[in-house]
Structures are given as C-alpha cells and as structure tokens.
Design a protein around this ligand. Structure first.
Ligand SMILES: N[C@@H](CCC(=O)N[C@@H](CS)C(=O)NCC(=O)O)C(=O)O
Length: 196
C-alpha cells in the first residue's frame, strides 16, 4: 500500500506511525498538497492528505477511516478496549486541535495579510485552547509505555501545533502535554517519522 502526503501533516503522520507500530509495510510518497498539486491529483483528484492507495488500488481519504481500514486488514487494534468512549474523546480533542491549527495556518499563509480576518483567528484560537485545555487536564494519565491511538494522535497533534502555532499555544501553558510529547518524540516510531 502507498501512503501519500507529507509528514508535516499530523493526519499523515498519525497514519505512518500507526503503520510502523503495527509493523505493516507501506511505501511513503511525500507529496505536498500545495507544491505537488498536479502530481498528487493524478493519484487522488481531491488532493487530500493523507491518501492511502490499497494494494488493490482503492484510494482512501481521511486518517480515521484509513486507520479503520488498516486495523481491519491487520486484525490488530491500537484502540484501548477499556474506557473506549474516553479514548474516542481524547482522539477527537486531538483531531480538533489539528483542525484548528490547520485553520490558523491556512488563514495566515494562504490569505494576503490585508484579507486576514482577526475575529475568525481569535475564535479558532479560543477553540484550540479549549481542546488543549481538556487534554492538559488528562495528560497525567498519558503514557508511552503502551502507545495506543489516543497517545499517538495527541503527541502528533501537539508537535504539529508547536511547529506552526507555538505563538498561540505556548509550552508554559500546557507543561504536562509538552512533557508527554517530548517523551513520545523519542520513541523509534516517532524518530523514524520526522515532521518534514
Ligand atoms: N479529517 C482529515 C483532515 C485531512 C486534512 O485536512 N489534510 C490537509 C493536510 S494537513 C489537507 O489535505 N489539506 C489540503 C486541502 O484541504 O485542500 C483527516 O483526518 O485526514
């Protein structure tokens, strides 16, 4: 199977780290949704990262659906059976943090400065803080000993937010998340899947 998209996308990175964690071989094509639009569109005309092309040539999008497919074919799961609603809540918060970070990045980088809309940026920043605030409250329970999907997605989300919007979400405000993420980034699956 082929995983298409750059590792600075948290959605691509969570899929790549999960594949490594489950020891599933894959080919990674590091195409940018912006700089490589035409090449990307030949694989997937929607140009969305991650894109997964299965061994049968089926083109999948959306990291959560891709992970569902991967767990299905491998008969392994990184979803904790106990406390599943809580695990889904944590993954949802981390994915919303990714979405809100992406919105800030696109507003700042894709719009000309004079067209950026400050009230929208403020709203999104508030939502981003709400997501990380709830994650910080739970961060004392996160562990790298048994790295499951909530931990993978939370650590990946934090690294992404720090890479692009460290001015909005500071380390000082979320010390436990920062410490957990720093620890996760030393794991082999993370080290071998660096943000580009
Ligand atoms: N919910 C999706 C979000 C994927 C997403 O927004 N990816 C970004 C890259 S970080 C993308 O494809 N951006 C290009 C676009 O939306 O046109 C997922 O979990 O895969």
């Amino acid at each position: 199977m082929q995983l298409i998209g750059m590792l600075d996308s948290p959605y691509v990175r969570r899929v790549a780290i999960t594949l490594k964690r489950l020891a599933i071989p894959f080919e990674h094509k590091s195409l940018s949704v912006f700089r490589d639009f035409d090449t990307f569109s030949q694989i997937n005309p929607i140009v969305k990262a991650p894109t997964l092309v299965t061994d049968d040539g089926v083109v999948l999008v959306d990291s959560t659906l891709i992970l569902q497919y991967i767990e299905g074919i491998s008969a392994q799961s990184l979803m904790p059976e106990t406390a599943k609603p809580e695990a889904l809540r944590l993954i949802g918060l981390a994915l919303m943090a990714c979405d809100k970070t992406v919105q800030i990045v696109y507003e700042r980088t894709l719009r000309p400065a004079e067209k950026q809309y400050q009230p929208w940026l403020e709203r999104v920043a508030k939502q981003l803080h709400a997501a990380y605030g709830q994650l910080e409250q739970m961060a004392h329970t996160f562990t790298c000993d048994s790295l499951l999907q909530p931990e993978i997605t939370i650590a990946v989300a934090w690294r992404f937010t720090q890479l692009y919007t460290a001015d909005v979400i500071t380390l000082a405000e979320y010390p436990q998340l920062a410490a957990f993420s720093a620890q996760a980034e030393t794991l082999p699956e993370f080290l071998s899947t660096p943000v580009e």
